[in-house]
Design a protein around this ligand. Structure first.
Ligand code: PLP
Length: 358
């Protein structure tokens, strides 16, 4: 069933306020947003309207109990000027898993994809022109019912907003320093670590700020039981090139199943390189650094694609990896993924979805 989307356009575009040469991350938003509400057991009032403030019930379970989830993906402008989304069905699949975990009514794939595609189409001029830049697409789904009961709400809102974001520096990006975190915990099995739940992120701010004071850009999360097995980083999954193999933590409910992670695994196997999804003891990593068998380490996620890890801090000591630059294997993955997103490398997996501009 296709539900039509009502479109109400802004009178005067704000695009002339944007300096596309100096984009930041997530501080400027396109002219329109998608919105719909869930009530009486179904999603309704599908619409695109001018981006702006919304009214939220002060009693909303999103505000009080954190019943709120989100997603993140990008629309890319290709070398051929075509606009592409990268594996948005995977984001839908993950949103559905987040919905289930948080007792939120799901959104159908067709509705999800058409909301995003229609919004990107309406605001296609906001997809930035320079390499590495993109239009970040942020769906968010939250409870909005006037009832303080501690139970899943009966009314929800789904919004999609978009933001033109800066390019990452790719090969020239500085390698980041990570702090292996032994005091705080991001997720445990049975918790919400595999879902993009708002509260998961607020809970990491304190660890990040303490890490920054010690000179670390981001936290390398360890498992919540023993603080021993490597999990992931901020909004990135973590991968290591160890003894010629790609090694990354398994999906066992405590890490986000990243779209980029999945793409990295598929591309690595296609290169004929072995890939292991398994528990990784932090001691194995530190030992690999000392012995020189840890060749490369990188984080992967939509925001940055691939970011080299230049050092890991553990128990007060800092261990340097490589020469502080992105390694050749990480670089190859970066170029392949960005190439597919920009329509420069053949999309043999059918990962991209073009947004036609009517
Ligand atoms: C979003 C996110 C990722 C990366 O997922 P992608 O789909 O590749 O962007 C990894 N870890 C966490 C905690 C995240 O929130």
């Amino acid at each position: 069933m296709t539900t039509s989307i009502n479109i109400k356009k802004i009178k005067q575009s704000r695009i002339c306020d944007i300096d596309f040469k100096n984009l930041q991350f997530g501080s400027q938003f396109s002219d329109h947003m998608f919105a719909m509400e869930y009530d009486d057991g179904h999603w309704q009032n599908h619409r695109i309207e001018p981006f702006g403030l919304i009214e939220v019930n002060p009693v909303s379970a999103a505000l009080h109990y954190g019943q709120s989830i989100f997603e993140g993906m990008k629309a890319y402008r290709g070398v051929d000027e075509k606009i592409r989304l990268f594996r948005p069905q995977m984001n839908h699949k993950r949103l559905t898993a987040s919905c289930e975990r948080m007792c939120i009514p799901p959104v159908e794939e067709e509705t999800f994809l058409s909301a995003i595609e229609e919004l990107v189409r309406v605001d296609h001029e906001w997809v930035p022109p320079y390499e590495g830049q993109a239009l970040y697409v942020r769906p968010v789904l939250f409870a909005d019912e006037g009832n303080l009961d501690v139970r899943p709400a009966n009314q929800y809102r789904f919004l999609v907003i978009t933001s033109p974001v800066r390019g990452y520096f790719g090969a020239d990006a500085p390698a980041v320093a990570l702090k292996a975190e032994e005091k705080y915990t991001r997720a445990i099995q049975g918790g919400t670590g595999f879902a993009k739940v708002g509260g998961n992120y607020a809970a990491t701010f304190l660890a990040s700020s303490e890490g920054r004071q010690e000179g670390y850009a981001q936290i390398l999360w360890l498992d919540g039981v023993e603080h021993r097995y490597v999990e992931e980083v901020g909004q990135m999954n973590i991968c290591f090139l160890l003894d010629g193999k790609l090694v990354t933590p398994p999906l066992r409910g405590t890490i986000l199943p990243g779209v980029t992670r999945d793409s990295v695994i598929q591309l690595t196997r296609a290169m004929g390189i072995e890939c292991e999804e398994r528990m990784i003891d932090i001691d194995e990593i530190i030992d690999g650094i000392k012995r020189g068998t840890l060749q490369e380490a990188f984080g992967c996620g939509t925001a940055v694609v691939i970011t080299a890890v230049g050092s890991i801090g553990y128990r007060g000591k800092r261990y340097e990896i490589g020469n502080g630059k992105i390694g050749p294997f990480s670089q190859k993955l970066y170029e392949t993924i960005v190439g597919i997103q920009r329509g420069e490398v053949e999309d043999v997996y059918g990962w991209t979805r073009e947004v036609s501009i009517k």
